[in-house]
Design a protein around this ligand. Sequence first.
Ligand SMILES: [Zn+2]
Length: 136
Amino acid sequence: MAKIKNVEAFCKFCGAIRKMELTGDVAGDDNKRWAKCKKCKQTMIISISDDVVSQKVSLDGIENETYVTYSPTQSYEVGQNIFHENWNDFGKVVSKEILSNGQKSIMVEFQKLGNKKLIESFIKQQTDQDKQSEVI
Ligand SMILES: [Zn+2]
């Protein structure tokens, strides 16, 4: 199983907070991890307690937890596990957003595909004919 853990941490090469991928443990020190900066591609040891500003949800083993199969017409909660059938990928809802057209969307962190924006509560646009036939 792919072990993906993304964090935002201070990159000493960039001198800024960057998105990083944790690539491995440091033997004998639980607080340190090998991390690769997604911006400068440098690999370094970071301190979980000092350098990490936000730790993304752990996706380890979520396929064994309760999950729902994604459908654009459903709505979801932050923290919910979802399974995307077409992509055959499990993910966790990390945030929700309303798009400029009023459509609701969710940001999902997937095990294999990473961050993806998906539509939720999708409502089919009414056609003109539907509107005309509406009787109030
Ligand atoms: Zn960097």
